[in-house]
Each structure stands twice: as C-alpha cells, then as structure tokens.
Design a protein around this ligand. Sequence first.
Ligand SMILES: *Cc1c(COP(=O)(O)O)cnc(C)c1O
Length: 467
Amino acid sequence: MSLNDHWMQRDLDVLWHPCTQMKDHERLPLVAIRKASGVWLEDFDGKRYLDAVSSWWVNVFGHANPRINARIREQLESLEHVMLAGFTHQPVIELSERLVQITPPGLAKVFYADNGSSGIEVALKMSFHYWLNNGQTGKKRFVTLTNSYHGETVAAMSVGDVSLFTDTYKALLLDTLKVPSPDCYLRPEGVSWEEHSRVMFAHMERTLAEHHHEVAAVIVEPLIQGAGGMRMYHPIYLKLLREACDRYGVHLIHDEIAVGFGRTGTLFACEQAGITPDFLVLSKALTGGYLPMAAVLTTDEVYGAFYDDYATLRAFLHSHTYTGNPLACAAALATLDIFRDDDVIERNKALAARMASATEHLKDHPHVAEVRQTGMALAVEMVQDKASKAAYPWQERRGLAVYQHALKRGALLRPLGSVVYFLPPYVITPEEIDFLAEVASEGIDIATRETVSVAVDNRYPDHRDPG
Ligand SMILES: *Cc1c(COP(=O)(O)O)cnc(C)c1O
C-alpha cells in the first residue's frame, strides 16, 4: 500500500469532507498532502501538484511563504489569542488601520468574523439593524443577483443563487429579491461587456424603484461571480448600482471575499468602478491563505447609528469567539506588507497577459464557448455545442475528467462544473502558467472527446465542484 493510500484509508474511516459526495471516493482517490512550498503541493508519495486554484482561492503568495511564516512565528512567541470584547491587541489595531488606509475612502471601521460566510452574516445583520436603529422597520429584504454565491450559512445561502442550495434548503431561507445577473457570457453576439452590463442594469433599476422601501441592501460579488462559474461583468454595473443605491436609500454590500486582494487586477474590485460600498466584506486572501478570518469594513455613518447610551439597546449584536485572532492578524499584516513592498499589482499584469496568451488557442476549440479573463482569474467554458453555447448536462461531469487528468499530470485544477479556470497564486512563473495551459488543453480534449449518456435533468448547476 502506498503512503497516500494509507492516509486515505485512515481519513475515510473518520472524516466527512466539504462539498463532496463521499461515495465518490470509492473510485476517486483522495490526495493526501504532506507539505507544500510556493505554488507546489506534495503528497505522501512525493508527487507534486501545481495549485492552480490557490487552494480554493485563498493563497496569493505561495505555500510556506517565508515572510508570512516568520511573522506568524514571531506573533506566536508573544500572544496566540485573546478575546476581543473588552480587550484588544497590537496586531488587530495595526491590521484595522492598514485596512482602512488601503480600501476606498469612506470605509472607516472594521468588524471581524472568522470566515467569509460569517462576514456576510455580519454585513446583512448590520445593514438591517442600521435601518432599524433609524426607525425604518420595514427595510428587511435583500436584493441579490442570479448566479451569485455568498457562502453557506443560512442567511448567506439565502442571498446566493446556487440552485442546488436554494432548492434543497428552501424551507430555511430568507425571502430575497433576485435580479438577473449582468453576466457577460450571456450577452448577445456583437455586444460589448460594457453595453451588456449597462443594459442589464435596467432590471436592477426596476426592482429598486419598486421595492426600495422594503430593501435594506443590495449584495453583489463585484466583477466576477466566482462559484457561479467565474462569470464576469463590466465595472459600469457597479457604478450604476452605487448611484441607484444612493438615490433609493439602500445599502450596497460588496462581497470581495474572492476578488479582493488583487485578483481582478486592482487591489479591490470596487476601485475599477471608482466607488465605495457601504459594506466591504473581505476574507480568503486576507491572511495570504494561512488562517481563517473575515473583515467587514463600513462607514462612520453606519457605525454612528449604533453608537449610543447602553440603555438604548442600539449596539450591534454579533460575536464570534475567535474574532480578531492575533495569529490571523499577523498573517494578514505580513500579506499586506508583501503587497506594499513587492509592487504585486503591477507585476501581476505580465502574469495575466501570459495567462491570456497561453490559452489563446483554446478559443478555437470546438467545445469551448468562451475564454474570459479579469486580471488574475481566467476561465474556459466547455460546452456541448459551440454555436448555440448549449451546456453539457451536469450529470456528465465533464469537469471531473479535466480534474482527473490534471492530477495525473501534476496540477490541482478543480473546475466548476464545465468551467475550467486558473486562479493561481501570484508567485506562479510564466513557465508554470504555460504548463497549466498545456495540462488544461489536454484535459479539455479528453473531457470533450467522448459522448456520455445519462438521463438529463438540468436543474442543478454546479458549485465549487469539479462536476
Ligand atoms: C468563498 C466565498 C464566500 C464564503 O466564504 P467561506 O469562508 O467559505 O465561508 C462568500 N462569498 C464569496 C464570493 C466567496 O467566494
């Protein structure tokens, strides 16, 4: 028995993995990772895998990054954790100062949670509670885009639109208002991203005009709908949305959990629209992919609505035990130092261009409908029929074939359904990008070659799943 098999067996005896039909592991090997360095993961048998998806979009400066490691080690020697109610500490103060500095003007206060979904819960509750504190008891609904994803706790699922969840857990969910996404994959031929995004905004305008009196906030994933298949849109949509939210007296929540910290080509996606949301939710790359943490930034205006004498009972009611953990703050501070000192955003431009040129040929593939890119995220949409963009039935699990091929070749390339994407750490080299493109091309050839026959019921799009 290989060492990998040994660990897989011990794992399967006791573990239940996220986003996994565990029965799949009767035939799909589980990859046990022993160590990692830079963009490379290494299993127990010494095989290496290029981490093309940054371990679910968190890792930006590589595994075992010496600068982040050192900062965490140093922090560990003085303070590992202290509760954040009534107490505070240096790393959380410094991190909050830095976040206020680097985010768009107007965001002045930082509230922490310990994962992305919890950060979303914070933003939703804060928005609702703000209106309540201002005497507007009727503003309790949220507007969301179709195909959006905001996490998997119950309220976060409610504002998402992954039908697998919204069908399964429907009975538990909040009642939200859904507006058609500006997703530019769906634009008519010959129409630009900007024009399509602008045209699609009419749906949002109409919904806000009709419902603003009962709406607390609009929540969006700016520029890239990640788990919904790396679908992308133009910043003009965010600009129009900011204007409309101001006109109608509705908050704007930017979920930059996946796109924050340089993924879209700017440090934050909202910069491309030149706007400040009322709530900016950050997580994932915030700690360089080291430790779970989320930050919710908001304005003095929002903060002020909660600030009062104790007996008025206007305080915000939310607390996670590990709020502001010093080790996570240290990892985040080291990550921000690297952004500041290494001119990362500028250097990523060359890497993004290499991602584009290395995948250029895939545009002509008979089963590729689109190769799209925003900054350091690039996606290839595999389809059954190129002309009509007819999707593969999800049951065929075409993405899974790409995933399996990539593992064989030494890459962790985990597609979202039929969407193969690169979301690599920023320390990837141009040669490694070429390698990924080669592996992806081979995988796409294999995955689209044969016919797979299954009973078709296309209710469920995919979610974080290689399909
Ligand atoms: C990952 C993600 C979340 C949820 O974060 P978790 O830490 O997994 O709870 C929310 N929103 C977006 C856009 C995400 O990509």
